[in-house]
Design a protein around this ligand. Structure first.
Ligand code: AOF
Ligand code: ZN
Length: 367
C-alpha cells in the first residue's frame, strides 16, 4: 500500500459518488485505471446501473490498461448479466493489479470477483478507503442485508424544532443556502419521500433543480387514504417524473384509478396500529430497487420512522428563529417515556448554511 494508492482510491471514490441517486438498484461504483503513475481511464456506474464503472474506465484506457492498476470502489462483479462480469473484463484487458476497498455482499459476487482475479494472476489489494466505501455503498448493502433502503431524514426547523406556525405558515423557515443543500441531498438519493400532510400543505414538486440535466429521484408520497389533491403539482407532473404512492388497503378504488390515470404508481402497504407500517413500506420500496431514500417530513412520518428505528442519517437545518410550543413540531409523537427509550444519534458534521446551521447525525452504533 502506497500514498499513491490512497490518492487514486480517493479519486475513484469521488467518481463513484457522481452516480449516487442515479444508478439504483446498483451501487454507485467508481473506477480509475493507472499506468506508470498516469491516469489512463476513469469511470463510474452509469444511470440506471449499467454499464458498470470498470467497463467505462477500461473503454477509455484501451490498450493502456495492459499492466496497469485498476482502483475500484467495490469488488468487481463476478456474474453474467447483460454483459460479461467485470472481473473477467479486467483480466482480459491485462490489468496487473486491482485495488478495491471491500467485497460486494451481493450473493452473486460475494468474494468470487476477487477469487477470479487472483486465480488469473492479478494482484488484489483490499482495505484502502474501506470506511468511506462502506458509507458510500451503505444503501446498496442495506438493501442486500435488510431488504430496505438507507433512510436519510431531513429536518428544516426553527431553533425550537418547529416547522410551521399553528396556522400552518411554513415558507420559509430556512434560507436559500439551506434549500440549495437540500437539492444536492435530493440529487444523491434514489427517492424523495413525504407524508400526505406535507404533500397537501406545501404542494411541493420534490424535484432536483439547479443541477442541469439529471435523472430525477422517484417522488414517494406516504398516504394511507391517498388524500392528496389530484390538482397538486405532484399529480400534474407524474407523467414526467416518477410518483409512487404508498397507501393502505382502505384507499378508495376510484382514487386509485384516478392516480394511476395521471401516471402515478401505487404501492399497497400493510397497516399497523391504524398507520402505514413504516418497516413493511420500506421493504416494499427496497423490493422495487430503491437503495437510498431521502425523507423530507412531515412531523408524523418523521416520528414514525424514528420510532421504528428506521432513520440511518439525519440532516438538520436549524434556523435562527423560534416559534414556541404552539408551533407545529418537526418530529411528531414518539411515545418516549424514558430517556433510554429515545432514539440517539452521533454527530458527524456541523457547518454553517448561509444564516442557518446544517448538522448531520448518524444512527448511534451503540443503539
Ligand atoms: C461492478 N461495477 O459499477 C457496479 C457493480 O444487474 P447487473 O448485471 O448490472 O449487476 C448488478 C450487480 O453488480 C449489483 O448487484 C452489484 O453486485 C454489482 N455492481 N459491480 O463491478 C459496478 N455497479
Ligand atoms: Zn461489473
Amino acid at each position: 500500500m502506497t500514498p499513491d494508492d490512497r490518492r487514486h482510491m480517493a479519486h475513484a471514490l469521488g467518481l463513484g459518488r457522481r452516480g449516487m441517486g442515479q444508478c439504483w438498484p446498483n451501487p454507485a461504483v467508481g473506477c480509475v485505471i493507472v499506468r506508470d503513475g498516469r491516469v489512463v481511464g476513469r469511470g463510474w456506474t452509469q444511470p440506471g446501473g449499467r454499464p458498470h464503472a470498470e467497463t467505462v474506465a477500461l473503454d477509455m484506457a484501451g490498450g493502456a490498461a495492459r499492466g496497469a492498476t485498476a482502483y475500484v470502489t467495490l469488488e468487481p462483479c463476478a456474474h453474467h448479466g447483460q454483459t460479461p462480469p467485470c472481473c473477467a473484463a479486467l483480466v482480459a484487458a491485462g490489468i496487473a493489479r486491482v485495488v478495491a476497498p471491500i467485497a460486494d455482499s451481493d450473493p452473486r459476487v460475494d468474494g468470487q470477483g476477487f477469487d477470479h482475479l487472483r486465480k488469473h494472476g492479478v494482484e488484489v489489494t483490499t482495505g484502502i478507503g474501506a470506511e468511506q466505501a462502506l458509507l458510500d455503498h451503505a444503501g446498496f448493502f442495506m438493501r442486500v442485508s435488510q431488504q430496505r433502503p438507507w433512510v436519510t431524514l431531513k429536518l428544516a426547523m426553527t431553533l425550537d424544532g418547529r416547522i410551521a406556525t399553528a396556522t400552518g405558515e411554513s415558507k420559509w423557515i430556512t434560507g436559500p443556502t439551506a434549500r440549495g443543500a437540500v437539492h444536492a441531498l435530493r440529487a444523491s438519493h434514489d427517492a424523495v419521500m413525504v407524508g400526505a400532510g406535507t404533500a397537501r400543505s406545501d404542494d411541493p414538486q420534490l424535484t432536483v433543480r439547479g443541477f442541469g440535466p439529471h435523472r430525477q429521484p422517484v417522488r414517494v408520497v406516504v398516504s394511507r387514504l391517498i388524500d392528496v389533491p389530484l390538482m397538486s403539482q405532484l399529480a400534474q407532473s407524474a407523467k414526467d417524473v416518477p410518483l409512487w404512492l404508498c397507501h393502505g388497503p382502505e384507499a378508495r378504488s376510484e382514487l386509485r384509478s384516478a392516480w394511476e390515470g395521471v401516471g402515478a404508481r401505487l404501492i399497497p402497504c400493510q397497516i399497523t396500529g391504524g398507520r402505514i407500517d413504516p418497516r413493511a413500506m420500506l421493504r416494499s420500496l427496497g423490493a422495487e430497487g430503491l437503495t437510498r431514500v431521502f425523507c423530507e417530513g412531515g412531523g408524523q412520518l418523521a416520528g414514525s420512522l424514528l420510532m421504528h428505528d428506521l432513520v440511518d442519517e439525519l440532516h438538520v437545518f436549524s434556523a435562527g428563529m423560534a416559534l414556541g410550543a404552539e408551533g407545529y413540531p418537526g418530529i411528531g409523537a414518539l411515545g418516549v417515556a424514558r430517556l433510554d427509550e429515545a432514539p440517539r444519534f452521533q454527530l458527524v458534521d456541523v457547518s454553517p448554511a448561509g444564516k442557518d446551521i446544517h448538522h448531520v447525525w448518524r444512527r448511534s452504533k451503540n443503539g
